[in-house]
Every structure is written in structure tokens, then in C-alpha cells.
Design a protein around this ligand. Structure first.
Ligand SMILES: *Cc1c(COP(=O)(O)O)cnc(C)c1O
Length: 392
């Protein structure tokens, strides 16, 4: 008999009932250190007082009104995002995959309105993940996501990740945009270098393509800058955001320049919940926290400490670890065991980590992870590695 919950997930037998900062409490009383953050979502940890206050205050006043009316919280969050980024305008969604849908529509509508409706193709990369909706799986093209779901949305050209020569060679008269994660998350914490991102930006300018960055996982402070592309000193034309922006409340956004957004006029897109007062009240509190003076510099200091300790861990357990990679609190441990086995062994040490492709275990702690918690994380990672060595 089919389970009451559609069985599309492989779930660990853990039942968390409460979250406090970097910690998750299991029903049976065990306290887990959470280096997963619900996959880069709970950026300020669990039950952060500023987010709880924003949500509960708004919940007392007004949960929902339609986008038929002005929504002041939405206006405020859009203004904060515009002030803090390259963008001139923002559309709110409820998830990363919805942001992907709009990014694709926006790029195609742009060229349509420019009188070049043939420029519908979007170049994407192997190992990418943009969500599970029809446009997002077609964009990724990965066998495990698209198999059985044909016919797929056409117009995506898949290229080897980081192969700039292949990218340049793939541009034709029908190419309209490039869609890429500056650092792949699900793909295994694989980063484009600053030089590659700069080259990509230059290529898009030269060949008249829109650059769409998917910062759903790497954005919102996770790499130590508000957005990951800032490290390379470039800006996109369109950017997808979700995960961390709501800190656990479902919220996403598409940020764009005025030019790139110029085709999205009255009536061309919409969402019932997107930009709802509850989500945007939380989003405002999140953005205020991340942009508060000293927050990201302090996070970068703690991230450097974690990185240094992880390098030591990798050196001490060469049978288990190959390398540590990533930036800020978007980290990957490339392991020599099955990542799923490592994550499972971590549960025994009361530690939450997240598997990814390319034999990587992700560490995505809350951006608030303290120095004492970093020491605790290392002790638990060490115990996990030691247990796996003993079992080998
Ligand atoms: C998680 C993720 C998505 C999809 O977000 P959902 O909210 O699950 O739809 C898209 N892109 C990237 C890079 C992601 O990590």
C-alpha cells in the first residue's frame, strides 16, 4: 500500500521536535548539532529571536492579502534587496524552483520584446540543480531528474561545468542567456573561479546574452558576502534567490536589472502567495540581520576558523577525507567513503550533515555558528571519521 505521504524521499528515521540556534532536539531527547540548516535554509539558526518576533508580530496583524493590493512588507523587502544588490527590481516567489521559472520566462520575454524572439536558448551546466519544476529539470538535464518526464521544456543546451571554451563554442544566434550557480550546491560544492565568472560576464556582454545566476543555495550570506558573485566583482542581469532568504519560512525572489526585467510588464507573471506579508516580514528581518554592521565580517572570521580546523581534520584522516572545498559556510568534504554512509555515521555522533553529488558531504551550518560550536563540530566530525575507520 502506498504510504500516506507520497514516497519520493529517502528519509532518515529522525523526528525533530524543536530547534534552538545550531541545535535540533530529537523526540527521544537527543541533541544534534545541525550543520545542514535544512539545506542552507535556517541561516540564522533555529528560532532566532528576531525572526520569531517578525513572524509572530505579523501573524497577529495580517497573514495574507492578494497581490491585487499594496503589500507594505513586500515593498520594504524589495527596497532592501535593491539597496543591497545589483538589482533594480524584485519579484517574490515561494521557492527556488519558482524563481527558476520566472528567470527563464524573463530572459525569453526580454529577447521577444527586443525583436529577437529567436533567442530562446539558455546555456546550462552539468551537475547543476535549479529545482524540480518542469523548467528547472529541463535546465539541469540530469538523467535522474528528467527520466520519464518527457516531453521536456525545450531550449536548454547542456555544457560541461566550468568549460569556458565549450561555452563560447556553444553560443549561436538562438542563444539568449546563460544560467549557472556560482558555486554548485547539490552538485558537490563545485565553484567557478573568480576568473571564470569574470570571463563569463565578459562573454555575455560581448555576445549579447543575459547572465542568470542561481544563488538559491550560495546567496544570502552563505559564502561570507551577501551574494556569492560579489567575490568575483561581477554582477548578473537576473538572479534567483530562495532558501536562506526566509530562514525557514517559504520565500524566494528573482532580482533583476531594469533592462533585463523590461519585458515583464503588467499581467505577464503572478503568484498567489509570492510576497505575502508573513514571508516578507521574515525576509526583512533576515536581510536586516545579514546586512547589520559587522555580521558578515564576524561570520567570515568564524568561517576561516572552521576551514582551518577542517583542513587539519582532512590531513589527519586521509583514509576518509580527500579535501575540503567551498567558501564561507558553504563547505564540502570530499570523502573516500559513500557520502550517505558518512552522513549516517554522523547521526551516531549526534551530527547533521548533508550528502551531495561528486562524493561530497556538505557542511551548511547556520551563519551564526559560534566558536564553541565549531569546536563541537570538529569533535563530532572526528568521532564520525574514527568510527568509519574502525568499521573499514
Ligand atoms: C534548492 C535549490 C533550488 C530549488 O529550490 P526549491 O526551493 O527546492 O525549489 C534551486 N537552485 C539551487 C541552487 C538550489 O540549491
Amino acid at each position: 500500500m502506498i504510504p500516506a505521504v507520497l514516497p519520493t524521499y529517502a528519509r532518515a528515521p529522525l523526528h525533530f521536535v524543536k530547534g534552538e540556534g545550531s541545535w535540533l532536539l530529537e523526540e527521544d531527547g537527543r541533541r544534534f548539532l545541525d550543520l545542514g540548516s535544512g539545506i542552507a535554509v535556517t541561516a540564522l539558526g533555529h528560532a532566532h529571536p528576531a525572526l520569531v518576533a517578525a513572524l509572530t508580530e505579523q501573524a497577529q496583524k495580517l497573514w495574507h492579502v492578494s497581490n491585487l493590493y499594496e503589500i507594505p512588507q513586500q515593498q520594504a523587502l524589495a527596497e532592501k534587496l535593491v539597496a543591497a544588490s545589483f538589482a533594480d527590481t524584485v519579484f517574490f516567489t515561494n521557492s527556488g524552483t519558482e524563481s527558476c521559472e520566472l528567470a527563464v520566462k524573463m530572459a525569453r520575454k526580454y529577447w521577444y520584446e527586443k525583436g529577437q524572439p529567436e533567442k530562446t536558448d539558455i546555456l546550462t551546466f552539468s551537475g547543476s540543480f535549479h529545482g524540480r519544476s518542469s523548467a528547472a529539470i529541463a535546465a539541469s538535464g540530469a538523467e535522474k531528474m528528467v527520466k520519464g518526464f518527457a516531453p521536456l521544456l525545450p531550449g536548454f543546451v547542456h555544457l560541461p561545468f566550468g568549460d569556458m571554451a565549450a561555452l563560447e563554442a556553444a553560443i549561436t544566434d538562438t542563444t539568449g542567456a546563460v544560467l549557472v550557480e556560482p558555486i554548485q550546491g547539490e552538485g558537490g560544492i563545485r565553484a567557478l573561479s573568480d576568473a571564470q565568472l569574470q570571463q563569463l560576464r565578459a562573454l555575455c556582454d560581448e555576445r549579447h546574452l543575459l547572465l542568470i545566476l542561481d544563488e538559491v543555495q550560495c546567496g544570502m550570506g552563505r559564502t561570507g558576502r551577501l551574494f556569492a558573485h560579489e567575490w568575483a566583482g561581477i554582477t548578473p542581469d537576473i538572479m534567483m534567490v530562495a532558501k536562506g532568504i526566509g530562514g525557514g519560512f517559504p520565500l524566494g525572489a528573482v532580482l533583476a536589472t531594469e533592462e533585463a526585467a523590461s519585458g515583464m510588464v503588467l499581467g505577464t507573471h503572478g503568484s498567489t502567495y509570492g510576497g505575502n506579508p508573513l514571508g516578507c516580514a521574515v525576509g526583512c528581518a533576515m536581510l536586516d540581520a545579514l546586512t547589520a554592521e559587522g555580521f558578515l565580517p564576524d561570520m567570515n572570521r568564524r568561517a576561516a576558523l572552521l576551514r582551518q580546523k577542517l583542513e587539519g581534520l582532512v590531513a589527519e584522516h586521509p583514509a576518509i577525507f580527500e579535501e575540503v572545498r567551498g567558501q564561507g559556510f558553504l563547505l564540502g568534504l570530499k570523502v573516500r567513503v559513500a557520502p550517505g554512509d558518512f552522513v549516517k555515521a554522523g547521526y551516531e555522533a549526534l551530527l547533521i550533515t548533508v550528502p551531495a553529488a561528486d562524493n561530497v558531504v556538505r557542511l551548511l551550518p547556520p551563519l551564526t555558528l559560534s566558536e564553541e560550536e565549531i569546536a563541537e563540530a570538529l569533535a563530532r566530525l572526528e568521532a564520525t571519521a574514527t568510527a568509519l575507520e574502525a568499521a573499514a
